[in-house]
Design a binder for this molecule. Structure first.
Ligand SMILES: [Ca+2]
Length: 274
């Protein structure tokens, strides 16, 4: 086949257009997986962490539609069993391995490379997600990480990173990493300075302060005279028509640690209300 005409007949030839698709550049330099919306501007937004308590990814604020990395955390004291991953593969992968790094980039826990899904124990070769088949991401709710290190011990509180290391299924391809910040926050919020004031309208306002380090204050639960009252997120007060004799307040942080306090008007016993 010849594409370049030559000779005296060139003028009589009609022009042909041949569609051609090619790739110029480094085949393994393109992103293997979609970047996390926690860090930037993804195409889809499925490269995120989840837990078994929320229907939305950890750190996602449905009011603003954005992520707050400060609120992403786990705690071994939480009733949640930890964080689990999802991601969108843009390309066919030879390997995807998950791990936890500390703030200095040291790997403190290997989570796995899905070799349990292959017959010969090699890393599972993920195929790219095909959006036209409504296949947007891979998600693994059975793979939870909840603060532990290589030895199964709880890591100290602090900033860590959930690391996705992927390698393209292509000769000589180098691993790429995507890191989602995640905290270990095992300290519950402290509820203090509970005050009960009678208002001019005859109702009572219960107020309290919350001291929280780590993932931040999520909100409180309150039981007044033994009955549960629901509160909006971030609330630090509750108004009741019923004169409070006893109030139990439980403050919750974003890692789902719970700190409790009991306020009582007289020398009544603060019995557990759970
Ligand atoms: Ca905390």
């Amino acid at each position: 086949m010849r594409f370049v005409p030559k000779g005296s007949s060139v003028k009589e030839l009609s022009t042909l257009t041949i569609p051609y698709m090619g790739f110029y550049g480094e085949w393994d330099a393109l992103a293997n997986i979609d970047e996390s919306p926690v860090n930037g501007d993804p195409f889809l937004g499925y490269t995120v962490l989840w837990n078994d308590m929320l229907n939305l990814p950890i750190g996602y604020d449905s009011m603003t539609g954005t992520f707050d990395a400060e609120k992403i955390g786990v705690s071994h004291r939480s009733i949640s069993s930890g964080a689990y991953p999802s991601f969108t593969a843009f390309r066919n992968l030879k390997e995807m391995s998950l791990s936890i790094q500390d703030q200095n980039g040291n790997t403190v826990r290997e989570i796995g490379n899905f070799s349990e899904f292959t017959a010969d124990g090699t890393p599972y070769p993920f195929r790219k997600n095909i959006m036209s088949y409504r296949d947007y991401s891979y998600s693994f709710d059975s793979i939870t990480w909840n603060s532990i290190d290589h030895n199964g011990d709880n890591l100290p509180d602090g900033q860590y990173y959930y690391v996705y290391t992927s390698t393209l299924n292509y000769e000589g391809a180098k691993p790429q990493t995507t890191k989602i910040p995640i905290k270990v926050d095992s300290i519950a919020p402290v509820v203090k300075d509970v005050k009960v004031e009678e208002q001019q309208d005859g109702k009572y306002k219960i107020k309290w302060d919350v001291e929280e380090n780590g993932t931040g204050y999520l909100g409180s639960m309150i039981w007044v005279n033994g009955s549960y009252k629901s509160l909006p997120d971030n609330a630090k007060e509750y108004i009741t028509a019923e004169k409070p004799e006893i109030a139990m307040i439980s403050a919750v942080d974003e890692a789902r640690n719970v700190g409790r306090i009991c306020w009582k008007r007289r020398l009544a016993a603060c019995r557990s209300v759970y």
